[in-house]
Design a protein around this ligand. Structure first.
Ligand SMILES: [Zn+2]
Length: 327
């Protein structure tokens, strides 16, 4: 290539110096592998004790997530006063944590009430092993990676807003509890949703996003998840990951997207294949691919902000068929 062609080509790729940055450029700057690795290291440290359901360690993790929500500048999403959504009446059960970012931008007036997008990940993991030198289930991949991915998406949304490229519908960030105990947090949410389920455009649920081949992620949503997959494929033209779509029909109810799919809410799971450290004490931060988690979060951020700007009509609520009136 001669130098003139080279100059033209590089100008086309980078945009002119005066151009405002594209959303993907803002997102790449906001979500870095180093920052994600540092977050995962904290959330999967031995001090977090495995974050197991109904334990002071899950509560410690909840406080850590709330402080991150505060630092990023998110809004309480369970009620006006709190991030905490109780998931049952057992006093030992910790809450789901729900934060929001409101719609912004020129379209926001028209978009008021125009749907919601959910970005989620479970924060609970497993109780310690009874024996052995290393007993703590750190759960770096499962699922500190997903929680830190979700927080990174929130950070990217704030960066987009600062550059006038924010989302045109409200985004919910949900850290689910009780996933390992049987999807308890996500089941509780769909039973008592904080926004109408029919108005949720899509759910991006991350559960284990930091192991396996570089730049490759599995996305499973089946027929109901198709609108989210379409948004992801379009966004991936700017991200360039290898997306492996709908290869695991058996994963559809394996994580917190399951209860949404059962209610016909378009939802997908981001995950990697089970690995040698899956549900082992060796699922530690030293083994993760932070770049894979960062790139997955970048993909989610871009797909979500693009999806927020598209037209949306609320679905009909899925309700039990009415009983015929008595004659
Ligand atoms: Zn998990």
């Amino acid at each position: 290539m001669n130098s003139l062609v080279c100059l033209v080509a590089s100008t086309l790729l980078a945009g002119s110096p005066g151009d405002p940055p594209k959303p993907i450029e803002i997102i790449r700057e906001a979500i870095t592998a180093d920052a994600i690795r540092a977050s995962i290291a904290e959330l999967s440290s031995d001090e977090m004790g495995g974050r197991f359901f109904r334990s002071p360690f899950a509560e410690k993790a909840a406080k850590w997530i709330e402080s991150r929500f505060d630092t990023i500048g998110l809004t309480h999403g369970a009620t006006k006063e709190t991030y905490r959504q109780p998931i049952d009446t057992n006093v030992e059960s910790g809450p789901n944590l729900i934060a929001t970012i409101a719609a912004t931008g020129a379209e926001s007036a028209a978009a008021t009430g125009n749907g919601f997008i959910v970005v989620s990940a479970h924060y609970d993991h497993l109780r310690p092993k009874r024996t052995g030198d290393d007993r703590i289930h750190n759960g770096a991949d499962d699922n500190a990676s997903g929680v830190c991915g979700m927080l990174a998406v929130a950070q990217a949304m704030k960066a987009l807003i600062a550059k006038g490229e924010g989302p045109s519908c409200t985004i919910l960030f949900i850290a689910f509890n009780g996933e390992e105990a049987g999807l308890l947090g996500s089941r509780a949410f769909v039973k008592s949703p904080t926004v109408p389920l029919a108005q949720i455009r899509g759910v991006f649920n991350m559960d284990m996003i930091s192991r396996g081949p570089p730049r490759e992620i599995f996305i499973d949503g089946g027929e109901v998840g198709a609108p989210v997959v379409a948004a992801l494929k379009a966004a991936n033209e700017s991200v360039g990951m290898k997306l492996r779509v709908d290869e695991h029909p058996d994963w559809l109810d394996r994580s917190d997207q399951g209860p949404f799919l059962a209610k016909k809410v378009p939802a997908v799971l981001f995950s990697v294949e089970d690995h040698a450290d899956y549900h082992k004490v060796s699922d530690e931060v030293s083994k993760i691919d932070a770049a894979l988690a960062a790139e997955t979060a970048q993909l989610v951020a871009l797909a979500a902000v693009n999806m927020s700007k598209g037209a949306f009509v609320a679905r009909a609520e899925v309700v039990a068929p009415a009983k015929p009136a008595a004659p």
